[in-house]
Write a protein that binds this ligand. Structure first.
Ligand code: ADP
Ligand code: MG
Length: 511
């Protein structure tokens, strides 16, 4: 018999291979769904300069214990009513396919949640949304037509807006193993609050309510939409930009200046001479072989400026420290932000914090909290670059003796995080990134060592004080007897001496 041939739609592909997007079983799927919805809500708020208010609710069904309804509401920019069907019902559709730091990048996440919900409970997703400048609210019940990868709208309603509300409410019902996933979900919410200390997050579940109120009203500078860096191109990107330029007269020099990050007239000329191109060649006339040569030369030219970090939005050391203190409640915390760097034409910035003591429980290894573009990473820690670095460090040089109450926080911001999979749980060990991470971690570890040595000194002084005081009474009365003096005046003299001695050795310890 001959083979039958047909194509596979993107929705069908992810329906069959949901594991690769993190939807491998009912426990993981519930966690992943919370994550996708919360991350969309945070992107819709802080990326646009809005202080986030996110409300997450998990409800179980009395008659169907394996059914979980999840509702996430935000005060974000909202979605235009006519776009709602596609953004929730078409795999690979979204607003984040630009050079800018966001949590979402693939245009996939929420569709995975919709697919999983309709596969396991047969229920559509409910969406209600309104944008800031719109005077209507759109409400939809929809699911995905999997074989065609298009939304199927079951019900819709467009209402006039009577309040000045903007934001999005999403509700879906899926099969989820709540008992097995609740710890991870709570951990995820807690860590999200740590890395977004300017967000208020309310989390209601069958276990009760958790409220993480913002500890700062200061939003990091939102990321700007940037251009490609010349090092990050390939032939297809070049073709696409030339097609979109829609300009028959555009020269190679003009093209480079217009579409690429950090390319001015001078550097464009210098590059083109170096690469053996005429600056006034028209881009429309370039053949495939020319494009191949151009792309290779762009990758290898040694003098491009580094990508600027305007597309990125790190927390900064103060805000990161605030987040760490409010969630981990340590006795000591410090944070550092590294200068911008890049790999393969993608800008990135690394931040790290260390926390010690307080409510952190002592454990046999460093507690590692990993974040990428302000997303907590909870799975696959064993294969993550941060774990690799933390494990390679000899912590005794930083005065850490295990079991110790020590936590390391790493945060990588980039327009392209080198994730190991579309589930976005582990970061690959790209050399430039690994280098920056190691410097950052060692830097905060060094500060912890200074703090711990001060503590040690302080304890030593205290120990001496205790010993001296222990014998002070006896010494005073013996001296009083020998010198024929009042024992009280001798003890106040000794007290005076001890105070002076302690002041000399006084060490201040600042957390
Ligand atoms: P991604 O987040 O990777 O872009 P998603 O499938 O999760 O992909 O979301 C698709 C698009 O839907 C987003 O790019 C965004 O434009 C829009 N979107 C999803 N959730 C929200 C929300 N809560 N508020 C505003 N826009 C949203
Ligand atoms: Mg998303």
């Amino acid at each position: 018999m001959s083979e039958k041939y047909r194509g596979l739609s993107p929705a069908e592909f992810f329906h069959r291979n949901k594991e690769i997007a993190g939807f491998s079983n009912p426990s993981r799927a519930l966690y992943q769904t919370v994550r996708e919805l919360v991350e969309n809500s945070l992107d819709a708020t802080e990326t646009h300069g809005i202080l986030p208010y996110i409300d997450v609710e998990v409800r179980l069904h009395e008659d169907r214990p394996e059914w979980v309804t999840l509702r996430v509401a935000d005060n974000g920019i909202g979605i235009p009513a006519h776009e709602i069907p596609n953004v929730f019902g078409r795999v690979f559709y979204g607003s984040k396919y630009v050079v800018r730091q966001t949590r979402g990048v693939f245009g996939l996440g929420v569709k995975m949640a919709v697919l999983y919900a309709q596969m396991t409970t047969g229920k559509p997703i409910y969406v209600k949304s309104s944008t800031r400048d719109s005077d209507v609210v759109g409400e939809y019940l929809l699911y995905i037509d999997i074989s065609r990868n298009i939304p199927h709208v079951q019900k819709m309603r467009i209402k006039k807006k009577n309040k000045n509300w903007h934001g999005t409410i999403v509700r879906l019902t899926l099969e989820g193993a709540w008992l097995q996933s609740k710890k991870r979900i709570e951990d995820y919410i807690r860590r999200t609050a740590l890395i977004s200390p300017y967000a208020t997050i309310r989390y209601r579940s069958p276990d009760g309510e958790l409220l993480f109120e913002r500890v700062s009203k200061e939003l990091p500078e939102p990321p700007q939409i940037g251009k490609y860096h010349p090092k990050g191109v390939d032939i297809e990107i070049l073709k696409d930009l030339i097609r979109r330029s829609n300009n028959n007269d555009m020269t190679l020099a003009g093209f480079l200046e217009k579409y690429f990050e950090g390319v001015g007239e001078k550097i464009a000329q210098e590059f083109l001479t170096w690469a053996g191109f005429q600056p006034d060649t028209k881009v429309k006339e370039l053949k495939l072989a020319d494009l191949e040569k151009l792309a290779t030369a762009m990758k290898n030219f040694p003098k491009w400026r580094r990508p600027r970090p305007l597309t990125l939005s790190p927390l900064g050391s103060e805000l990161l420290k605030k987040g760490v203190k409010s969630i981990l409640k340590p006795e000591f915390a410090t944070a550092v932000i590294r200068p911008p760097s890049s790999y393969g034409g993608h800008a990135f910035i690394v931040e790290a914090a260390i926390a010690y003591g307080g409510e952190i429980p002592p454990q046999d290894n460093v507690l590692l909290l990993r974040f990428a573009n302000k997303m907590p990473l909870l799975y696959d820690e064993g294969v993550d670059v941060s774990r690799k670095i933390v494990d390679s460090i000899d912590w005794s040089i930083y005065k850490i003796k295990f079991p110790a109450p020590v936590a390391v926080v790493t945060h990588v911001c980039s327009t392209k995080i080198p994730f190991k999979g579309v589930g976005k749980e582990a970061i690959a060990d790209v050399p430039e990134l690994e280098h920056e991470l190691e410097i950052a971690i060692r830097d905060v570890a060094r500060r912890l060592r200074i703090y711990l040595s001060k503590l040690e000194k302080m304890y030593e002084v205290k120990r001496k004080e205790v010993t001296i005081r222990k014998y002070m009474g006896e010494v005073s009365s013996s001296l009083a007897y020998v010198l024929n003096m009042d024992p009280n005046s001798i003890s106040s003299l000794l007290e005076e001496l001890l105070k002076k001695e302690l002041e000399k050795k006084e060490v201040t310890v600042n957390a």
